[in-house]
Design a protein around this ligand. Structure first.
Ligand SMILES: Cc1cc2nc3c(=O)[nH]c(=O)nc-3n(C[C@H](O)[C@H](O)[C@H](O)COP(=O)(O)OP(=O)(O)OC[C@H]3O[C@@H](n4cnc5c(N)ncnc54)[C@H](O)[C@@H]3O)c2cc1C
Length: 411
């Protein structure tokens, strides 16, 4: 059977490894951490995944936590007004529910399953020289190592990367004790709170190592008042800063957060990175070729909550491309075509996410405002998180936005 090496045991690497394994491929997975280290380590994401991405997991029988994780049935948008109230506030209903399963739970669990099913798991932080050596004994080497150092093997694609610096400072806190959203306590939703010129606060339920919890996730414009977490090492200090900023900029969220406490000592994360699209094929010093997967090749800012969704979609696209290719060599042409297949969906995510990082133009503000009056607009916007290609139809072009709003308003 064909031998495949996957470097990196995150959403894409594990999903692909387990998928290939179930098709009879001989898969080696290289991870720089053990399952226990991941489970007892720091949170890595907010990992909210929508229906299409979750379906790829279901298709492979990997939805182990679906019955325990909260079902996120809506997605709301609030825009802060200068008086401390909200200029805009609505919630759209998702056609299929979303879920967030703490990556510490999922990656540790999937890694153990991969090993139990006979997969070769190597705990080692791979360097380029390792890949050079190993590439000779595998039919295909996939680099699914996220935003780590191995990305340096893949050249930045400037034509697809409008930003060369981080556009947001990120600060995450996992908490217990958050009160329900008073407007809609009957169903779970992600709430995106936009604070014009300052940043965004995302609040969503998750399943973490200690059961159900909620995530408070600030995205701050660099250099602004939310860009305050650098150098904060103490988790308790991180949480009190998160709450202080909520009281100041999103008092309606603070009102339900007065009794929260951190889920665990690893329940906070802060950092930043520049959104970057890279060339998908890496050339090793010895001449071998490797194919980049998910964040390695397309890393978007988490403002639209798409990275894990995209990692799932990338893994599904590559799995199909590998299986369809049968016994033929995984050459440069095949690698490019596998990436192009993924880019068909990824390009929409990148375009929309990069647009959301900028100052919203007037027609987008009109659209967000109209969603408060017209429920079908709210619902369509919410479902765009599941399939961002739909934004082409009503989001980017002012004429298409007005035509769409006129159509909905006309009934
Ligand atoms: C704050 C924040 C919030 C986010 N929120 C969301 C969200 O709500 N929804 C969403 O869809 N996405 C979200 N994302 C993005 C999402 O987490 C990532 O895009 C996704 O995890 C990428 O998956 P991946 O498989 O490419 O890489 P990763 O999940 O990063 O996995 C890469 C793995 O490779 C390992 N590794 C790295 N280098 C090496 C090496 N040299 N050798 C061996 N192993 C190595 C790493 O330790 C890691 O385990 C968020 C990201 C952040 C930072």
């Amino acid at each position: 059977m064909r031998k495949i090496l996957i470097v990196g045991a995150g959403q894409s690497g594990l999903q692909l490894a387990l998928g290939l394994q179930s098709q009879g491929y001989e898969v080696t997975l290289m991870s720089n951490r053990t399952a226990d280290e991941i489970r007892s380590g720091r949170v890595m994401s907010t990992q909210c995944m929508f229906d299409t991405a979750l379906q790829h997991e279901r298709d492979l029988g990997l939805n182990f936590w679906e019955s325990q994780a909260p079902r996120i049935e809506g997605l709301g948008v609030s825009v802060a007004a200068p008086d401390g109230g909200r200029a805009i506030d609505w919630v759209g209903k998702l056609d299929g529910y979303a879920q967030s399963v703490d990556q510490r739970v999922k990656m540790a669990g999937w890694m153990e399953t991969f090993a139990q099913r006979g997969g070769q798991l190597v705990i080692h932080g791979a360097a380029v020289s390792d890949l050079d050596y190993f590439s000779r004994s595998y039919d295909l080497v996939l680099v699914a190592a996220g935003k780590g150092e191995l990305v340096s093997m893949f050249g930045r694609d400037a034509s697809r990367s409008p930003y060369d610096a981080p556009q947001r400072a990120l600060a995450v806190a996992y908490v217990h004790g958050l009160g329900p959203r008073p407007e809609h306590p009957d169903f779970d939703a992600v709430r995106c709170n936009l604070v014009p010129g300052v940043g965004e606060l995302f609040v969503m339920p998750t399943l973490t190592t200690g059961g159900r919890a909620d995530i408070l996730f600030w995205e701050g414009v660099p250099g602004g008042p939310l860009d305050a977490f650098q150098g904060v090492k103490d988790p308790a200090e991180h949480l009190s800063l998160t709450l202080e900023l909520m009281e100041k900029f999103t008092p309606w969220e603070y009102a339900r957060a007065t009794r929260v406490e951190l889920t665990d000592a690893g329940g906070t994360l802060a950092g930043r990175y520049a959104p970057t699209v890279r060339n998908p094929i890496g050339r090793l010093p010895g001449g071998g070729l490797v194919l980049g997967v998910a964040d390695v090749v397309v890393a978007n800012d988490p403002i639209t909550g798409q990275g894990s969704n995209s990692a799932s979609k990338c893994a599904a696209a590559y799995l199909a491309a590998i299986v369809e290719h049968g016994d033929r060599p995984f050459d440069e042409e095949w690698m490019q075509s596998a990436f192009d297949r993924y880019w068909n969906t990824a390009q929409h995510v990148t375009k929309w996410t990069n647009a959301m990082l900028g100052v919203p133009p007037e027609h987008v503000l009109n659209l967000l405002g109209a969603a408060g009056e017209l429920q079908p607009v709210a619902d369509r916007f919410a479902n765009g998180f599941n399939d961002p290609s739909d934004f082409e139809n009503f989001f980017f072009d002012p004429e298409k936005t007005s035509a769409y709003l006129a159509e909905v308003a006309g009934g």
